[in-house]
Design a protein around this ligand. Structure first.
Ligand code: FAD
Length: 407
């Protein structure tokens, strides 16, 4: 869907490249069908591999513990299966949280799952939450043609990012026509007489009522843990309901492990996969892998992307590290200028003593891929000067590292 939105954006900008198109229109049914066929192909491919693996049974149903090392599965066909094992892995993930806003249960709010099944284009989408889910969908639907308002309680978008990164993201979204309201707390939501959604919010200038056709609740995710009957098996959760694990992903019950989002962050697909690597290394290969000191890269799929890995500048300063900060606007990058996509900037945090790169934020064209190049340098503990003086093909985005790190 992000890809469809980007095509709509570029098609509208076609004249910037000397290419002239007719008026651009978006067919949401076709956007959804395209998304669905990609999801179906990934899912059926994964399922086939599991079904064709010897000694592996795949059951469709809802599982819960019945005691230590024993579970019951309410199968989708109604049958109840009871299973016992000396090793059990909990990998049940999270689901969207319902924000605490008066009246939210009385309207049909969308969440990150249901918004992907819309066949119609919202006339005005109100988005509660300025985290990555709210921003990705907000920009996407703006590009499809909706009016979009993002309501964020905090004073910046993307709470864990440096202020300058968050400010630049807000600027980009506003340039795209998204209304971004910061320091704004949603207080009450109700259906108006004409079926419209009326959201009352407290802004720094006082109470304001926003009227929209649809509302997306994008205010975090909660663990799928409360129906697992974890206490019957001696498995403890933290105060937010996430399964407690140690650095080897062992729960408080012997023989039971937890992987992925349900154990608390970082909530990313690649971290869930890395959790599997830890379990495989320890249980199958007899190794001693832990979650300690692993890289947690991520990419926010707004456009331009925000690729992030390692320490942010504010985290490094809070730790009192002796750092140097390299920062460069994307308008200095030849490749970005050549393709007329030069919004954003890149920034790297460097340890002034070891000269190693501690982290980076790349808000720019293919920011996730540029971030990964820097991450590889971090993996190899290269001093930043190796990238500064490295030879990269011209005119690629990679060569921008020469200039970024020329500090
Ligand atoms: C809108 C959105 C965009 C995202 N974008 C990205 C991204 O770009 N990159 C990224 O890395 N991550 C992204 N994420 C996060 C990513 O989806 C999760 O981190 C990842 O899916 C977590 O994987 P998991 O293995 O923990 O569990 P999940 O993928 O959540 O799978 C858990 C499974 O367990 C099943 N289950 C739950 N309870 C039970 C039960 N009692 N019995 C049986 N089965 C059960 C669920 O139905 C589900 O199929 C995004 C998330 C959202 C919502």
């Amino acid at each position: 869907m992000v890809a469809s939105a980007r095509v709509a954006y570029l098609a509208r900008r076609a004249a910037d490249y000397g290419v002239h198109t007719a008026e651009v229109s978006v067919n949401m049914v076709e956007v959804r069908q395209r998304k669905q066929s990609i999801v179906d192909s990934f899912r059926s491919g994964g399922q086939r591999v599991i079904e064709n693996t010897e000694n592996l049974d795949l059951l469709f149903g809802e599982a819960s513990f019945t005691g230590p090392r024993s579970i019951a599965v309410k199968m989708n066909d109604g049958e109840l299966r009871r299973l016992g094992a000396n090793k059990i892995f909990i990998n049940t993930g999270c689901r969207p949280a319902t924000p605490r806003v008066d009246g939210i249960d009385q309207i049909s709010a969308l969440d990150s799952t249901s918004i992907m099944e819309l066949d119609e284009l919202p006339e005005h989408l109100l988005v509660l939450g300025g985290g990555y889910v709210g921003l990705e969908f907000g920009q996407m639907f703006r590009r499809f043609g909706s009016r979009v308002t993002i309501v964020q309680r905090a004073s910046q978008l993307l709470g864990r990012e440096d202020q300058d990164v968050a400010d630049e993201v807000a600027k980009i979204l506003r340039e795209d026509g998204v209304e971004v309201l910061l320091n704004t707390e949603a207080a009450r939501v109700e259906k108006g007489g004409g079926g419209e959604i009326r959201l009352t919010a407290q802004t720094p200038e006082g109470a304001r009522t926003l009227t929209g056709s649809h509302l997306l609740a994008a205010a975090g995710r909660v663990p799928n843990a409360e129906t697992l009957n974890l206490s019957s098996a001696g498995i403890e959760t933290d105060r937010n309901g996430f399964v407690k694990v140690n650095e080897r992903l062992e729960t408080t019950a012997p023989g039971v492990f937890a992987l992925g989002d349900v154990k608390g962050g970082p909530q990313f697909t690649h971290i869930s996969y890395d959790d599997y690597r830890i379990i495989r290394t320890n249980l199958i290969e007899g190794g001693n892998a832990t979650v300690n000191d692993r890289f947690v890269p991520y990419t926010v799929f707004i456009d331009p992307q925000l690729g992030r890995v390692g320490l942010s500048e504010s985290e490094a300063r809070a730790r009192g590290l002796n750092i140097r900060v390299a920062k460069m606007p994307m308008s200095y990058v030849a490749r970005a200028l050549e393709v007329s996509e030069s919004r954003g900037f890149m920034k790297a945090v460097i340890d002034a003593d070891t000269k190693q790169i501690l982290g980076c934020a790349v808000l720019g064209l293919e920011g996730g891929e540029i971030m990964a190049m820097i991450e590889i340098a971090m993996m190899g503990k290269l001093p930043y000067t190796v990238l500064k003086d490295g030879i990269f093909a011209h005119p690629t985005l990679a060569e921008s590292l020469n200039n970024l790190l020329n500090i």
